[in-house]
Design a protein around this ligand. Structure first.
Ligand code: PMP
Length: 363
């Protein structure tokens, strides 16, 4: 009885849950190191926890369906206007909305090879075809992506930086691409890892919105803001597009804990800087370890990095070997990278456990 196409969907594969592995290994959850889902290893901001405690005082009322306070805080922090914002239950929600609003059965979306799996999934849900453009050096080949646009293309998905490869695009590259793409085609610029990037040429997508009315930028509180479990993200676009996205947004899609915690973390600049600094130090440590182990990796500006297993070694065996030692990383074979594993940057203690386990597995 299912709608045509649904049976063909391959569900999104999340990282293996901590409690599941702890049960399998007969360990405590505290002994498991999960570096599989690009979460913030520092835990949430103390200000977010305070905000959540406050919200406990009233569980019976619906949350603010318009998200007034959070939107106000976003406007102050990001220099945007409330009518440009669509709040999502995670930024994945926005990817779903934009596809439902703009993509019909038989239309096309364009993505890069090694792109985040959800784009293809939401497109398939509405019966659209995904055109996957081969990557260049694991990053987006924007020239080829622009050339892949046809009469049927409705959305091009760009991820900057990209997950799972950690590659990034410069402002010059992005602007050239936006100039090539016809304005009837939407460009969804996914900036889930925006806060981690510290490169002079890295563009802030929000500053391109005035110039390109076909651009939609998404960001999330799941990564540098440490609130993945609460599910809150947002889209920023022209007011016209935001109005359409908000029409398909379910009422109360972001709960009161998420709204309050997101607002509190947004202004906790100490927490975000600490998170980014820890990430930079952890990235340096892992890259050093890859060198020491003679493993190549894909240089990444996110809070994760992909490394290549040695020739003749099966990445799934390395993954399993790490699991046996209580370390969860992410296989990326379904991202067409069968020789790689992706590891999220952890705390310094977690990074050491990972390095020791990897060393043991490979020896
Ligand atoms: N975009 C990218 C590139 C991601 O890596 C993720 C999370 N893995 C998301 C979007 C979705 O994150 P969320 O729904 O938690 O905001």
């Amino acid at each position: 009885l299912a709608v045509e196409g649904v049976r063909g969907l391959r569900p999104y594969q999340p990282g293996k849950p901590i409690d599941e592995l702890a049960r399998e290994l007969g360990l405590n959850e505290a002994d498991i190191v999960k570096l599989a889902s690009n979460e913030n290893p520092l835990g949430p901001s103390p200000k977010a926890l305070d905000a959540i405690r406050n919200e406990l005082a009233d569980l019976t009322r619906y949350p603010d369906g318009a998200g007034f306070e959070l939107k106000k805080a976003l406007c102050e922090a990001l220099d945007i206007r409330p009518e440009q914002i669509t709040l999502g239950n995670g930024s994945s929600d926005i990817l779903d909305f934009i596809t439902r609003v703009f993509v019909n059965d038989g239309d096309e979306i364009v993505v890069s090879q090694h792109a985040f799996a959800i784009y293809g999934l939401v497109a398939k849900m509405v019966g659209a075809n995904t055109i996957e453009v081969p990557a260049r050096n694991f990053g987006h080949d924007l020239e080829a992506m622009a050339s892949a646009v046809t009469e049927k293309t409705r959305i091009v998905f760009i991820t900057n930086p990209n997950n799972p490869t950690g590659t990034w695009l410069t402002k010059t590259e992005l602007v050239r691409f936006m100039d090539q793409v016809p304005q009837r085609v939407l460009v969804l610029l996914d900036e889930a890892y925006f806060e981690y990037v510290d490169e002079a040429e890295y563009p802030n997508g929000l500053r391109l919105l005035e110039q390109y009315p076909n651009l939609v930028v998404t960001r999330t509180f799941s990564k540098a803001y440490g609130l993945a479990s609460l599910r809150v993200g947002y889209g920023v676009s022209s007011p016209e597009i935001a109005d359409l996205l908000n029409r398909v947004r379910p009422p109360f899609n972001v709960d009161s804990f998420a709204l309050a915690a997101a607002k509190a973390t947004l202004t906790d600049t100490d927490y975000v800087s600490r998170s980014v600094a820890e990430n930079n130090a952890g990235m340096k440590r892992l890259v050093e370890a890859f060198h020491a182990l003679n493993l190549s990796h894909i240089p990444s500006v996110g809070n994760f990095v992909c490394f290549k297993v040695p020739t003749g070694v099966n990445a799934m065996d390395v993954y399993q070997g790490l699991l046996q030692r209580g370390v969860i990383v992410r296989p990326v074979a379904n991202y067409e990278m069968p020789e790689y594993l992706r590891v999220s940057i952890g705390t310094s203690a977690e990074n050491e456990v990972f390095v020791a386990a990897l060393t043991a597995v490979l020896s």
